[in-house]
Design a protein around this ligand. Structure first.
Ligand code: GDP
Ligand code: IMO
Ligand code: MG
Length: 417
């Protein structure tokens, strides 16, 4: 049976998934996104031109690939339509699951209102409405993409949802949509998207049955997973590899390779614990050199060192068969490089991820730095210290590092075997 390969983020998102999906998409017929929404920001650089993708799968730059937005995604029609404007000949090349949930403008207002009310306990969400949209799905009051095909019924249902929740929305200062404006918007979404809406589960099954090469694209990262991340400072979806099964309608038997994406250091946007964060000069160096500012919100990313404890955990959780190590070049020029190899919790040293990472102190090992890896395309051409760093990370995480990235460009990628 043909299997689908999977790309998953192993840290707190922004590991460089977009670059690798784009690079690998050249060998795949289908690229299928399985979770998240337009909170994601996947950057792809081709011949010096930069593309920022949020909902459209990163296979879009490969003219041959068919791109699928699965049922596990929460879809903002407004954001999706805008994003599609960058590309031509979309019909027949992009499909959206009729079972994906709609993320509508009021979800963003609710998200922002909740964050405001939380004050210093705010999660630091992207403010796009992700939590409220998944919340509606789970509490069974959401609306699905397939409902766009019956606009009047959908408008009635949204208006009645507002009527039922009026006291809550009034308390949060979230206004009820105007019926006429809502109708206009829904009719516009239908007009723009109706040719893309389909049963994507059947599409992926057909692809596998006819021996097509299928790549599954995750968003966010393992430590932002709703169950396995640093709750409540997480996103609202299953970001780990098992999310690909429910988010597209695939059985675990259909998953082939699991390619985990990790930066050669570590970043996080938003609030919540981050044991290997470096608040000093070196963290600042990584932020400036790595251009660590959010693709979706422009916020500065918090920066720190590679956390091998969290990585070992992520490798196991996702069933990673191969790691892609990204942004090695950002470490160029550092005299020493730290790697977190354990956590100190009130005097007790552990090498696993505990119930909470709050208050955990990192234990570091120091390795020797190197001068330059930027643009290198062969493993043997890397400085010896960089090779040693990669081999040490492999040992600490218990996984092969098969791909190494040395610049944002599609071609500056080392494939080890
Ligand atoms: P994603 O959300 O996982 O797809 O990652 P993002 O696109 O949000 O962030 C990764 C950033 O790193 C983007 O700006 C990429 O262009 C950039 N990038 C990816 N790989 C490399 C690399 O090897 N070196 C450098 N310097 N930048 C990279
Ligand atoms: P990609 O796919 C990094 C973070 C937010 C916040 C938390 C919850 O580009 O790797 P949300 O808006 O999802 O409710 O915010 O999750 N977050 C991301 N951080 N990369 C992402 O996506 C993220 N998507 C959400 O910053 O801390
Ligand atoms: Mg990103």
């Amino acid at each position: 049976m043909q299997k689908a390969d999977l790309i998953v983020g192993l840290q707190w998102g922004d590991e460089g998934k977009g670059k690798i999906v784009d690079n690998l998409a050249q060998n795949y017929d289908y690229v299928c996104r399985f979770a998240g929404g337009h909170n994601a920001g996947h950057t792809i650089v081709v011949d010096g031109t930069k593309y920022a993708l949020h909902l459209v799968p990163s296979g879009i730059l490969n003219p041959k690939a068919i791109n699928i937005v699965g049922n596990g995604v929460v879809l903002s029609p407004e954001s999706f339509i805008k994003e599609l404007e960058q590309f031509e000949n979309i019909v027949g090349r992009v499909y959206i699951s009729d079972k994906a949930h709609l993320l509508l403008p009021y979800h963003a207002l609710i998200d922002q209102a909740r964050e405001r009310l939380k004050g210093d306990k705010a999660i630091g969400t992207t403010g796009k409405g992700i939590g409220p949209a998944y919340g509606d799905k789970i509490t069974r009051v959401g609306h699905r993409v397939g409902e766009l095909l019956e606009p009047q019924k959908l408008v009635d249902s949204i208006m009645s949802y507002f009527a039922i929740n009026k006291p809550i929305f009034d308390a949060m200062g979230v206004e009820q949509p105007n019926r006429d404006e809502l109708t206009k918007d829904i009719l516009f979404y239908k007009q723009e998207l109706e040719l893309l809406i389909t049963d994507t589960t059947l599409k992926v099954w057909e692809a596998l049955d006819s021996n097509k090469q299928v790549l599954l694209e995750g968003a966010q990262g393992t430590m932002l997973d709703i169950d396995h991340g640093t709750y409540p400072y997480v996103t609202s979806s299953t970001t780990v590899s098992s999310g690909a099964c429910s988010g597209l309608g695939l059985s675990p038997h259909t998953i082939g390779e699991v390619i985990g994406i990790a930066k050669a250091y570590c970043t996080r946007v938003g609030n919540g614990p981050f044991p290997s964060e470096d608040l000093g000069r070196e963290g600042e160096y990584l932020r400036e050199k790595g251009h660590e500012f959010g693709t979706t919100t422009g916020r500065p990313r918090r920066c720190g060192w590679f956390d091998a404890v969290a990585m070992k955990h992520a490798v196991r959780l996702n069933g990673v068969t191969n790691i892609s190590l990204m942004k090695l070049d950002v470490l160029d020029g550092l005299e020493t490089i730290k790697v977190c190899i354990g956590y100190n919790i009130d005097g007790k040293v552990v090498d696993y991820v505990p119930y909470t990472l709050d208050g955990v102190e990192p234990i570091y090992k120091e390795l020797k730095g190197w001068s330059k890896t930027e643009g290198v395309r062969e493993f043997d051409s890397l400085p010896q210290e960089a090779q040693d760093y990669i081999l040490e990370l492999e040992r600490l995480c218990g996984s092969k590092i098969g791909i190494i990235s040395t610049s944002p460009d599609r071609e500056d990628t080392i494939i080890r075997d």
